[in-house]
Design a protein around this ligand. Sequence first.
Ligand code: GDP
Ligand code: MG
Length: 452
Amino acid sequence: MQREEKEPYTHAIREELLYLIEQELTPIACKYRYSDVALESKIKWKPLVLILGNYSSGKSTLINEFLGQSVQETGQAPTDDCFTVLTAASAGGVGELEGQSLVQDDQFPFTHLKQHGEKFVSHFRLKYVDSPLLKDIAIIDTPGMVDSVAEKDRGYQYQQVIGDFAQLADLILILFDPHKAGTIQESYASLRFTLPYKTFEDRIVFVLNRMDECTGLEDLLRVYGTLCWNLSQMLGRKDIPKILFSYSERKKKEETNENGFLSLVENQRLALHRAILKTPKKRLEHLAAFLEHHAYNLSHMLEAIVAYYRGRRLFLVAYGLLGGVVSTALATGVWLYLHYASTYQNMPDELQVIIAISSGICALGVWLLALYKGGFYFYKRKTLQNLASLTPLQDQARRDSWQYIESPLRRCLENERDLPSYKTIRREYQRIRTLYNKGAKEIRSSLRSLLT
Ligand SMILES: Nc1nc2c(ncn2[C@@H]2O[C@H](COP(=O)(O)OP(=O)(O)O)[C@@H](O)[C@H]2O)c(=O)[nH]1
Ligand SMILES: [Mg+2]
């Protein structure tokens, strides 16, 4: 199918995905406190490319060169310490938006970033750039990772901020340069502790940039080897991640015999540009993955709530029955006592039966009342202490989703008064399961046939 022919299908799938997320997933996700904000708020805006890397690894230069205009400041020292979103305004033209407006405005997916505080907000901005390349995407330039700056010196939690951006991004470029091939503490922390938990590996592309500065092929191989070694340490992976080579066409050192290898990797430089241009297509796949991921987690969470209620019912029935047995035994005991004790010889048989039954009923009443008042509390406390026992965690996918849902589930059960009836929860659980088993899978397969 030609690109133009695919366009309406692509559009229809995007609309369908957004509809399912907005109308089916979000209302239930918010109701059960799985999410505090509408899920679609993070993915409704343009596809995003996040550019991370050491300071002066050439992030801003790469952006300027991709856009064919000088939009971002560049320089050897850590020049720019802002997070800058670059995109084209729908009406065209240029301009800038301050962080304060960005985190207040619902049309952007950044409202949740205001939690990072004033200092971050004052280092956040959006630039409208007059470029057709930014019509369908936005690129985020970031302050470089450095060794000398601790998080507290930045005045905000850098790792958390990039974690949040990474969650929004469809493509994450991580740049290194030959001088600091992966030795920066902040990049170590980002790759080891932040990004793996915030994004999917297929969204990350590693780039060895400024490679024109290698003094020769031998130097390049040494740098490449160092970067591979450092990356495998940082990622805790046994295999070597794919690394693209790149350099700035304008800034590159003059081509000599020593750096004659540049032309050999020209195709990689272009592959990088193509990867950026393909981000909208990636976004579609990510939307499908987003729907699948949240439907899976949410159905796991509802399954746990249903199990909680079912367990409580069983608990009540079991203890209710035990109460029945105990009070029957008590009634029988009372009757035997009245019947055989010499003191009550003259008491009519009917009265003995009535007293025995009444004492049994009273005992059962007290038992049930205690069960109702204390039993609920006991069951809840016991279950909250061992939440993981609510649902089986037989495979890695379940264990992963458990990580995600444990704290919203706890919050939800602690405030169980706000929950709907058991019947409604079961119905909604079935709905989300169907959404995951059918809706998400159908969309995935139509997407696959469209993208291949
Ligand atoms: N030789 C060479 N210099 C580069 C290349 N890319 C960037 N530079 C220079 O490296 C310095 C830092 O670049 P910049 O884009 O500001 O890095 P950032 O801090 O990652 O945004 C600038 O002086 C650029 O001119 C490149 O591919 N080759
Ligand atoms: Mg820069």
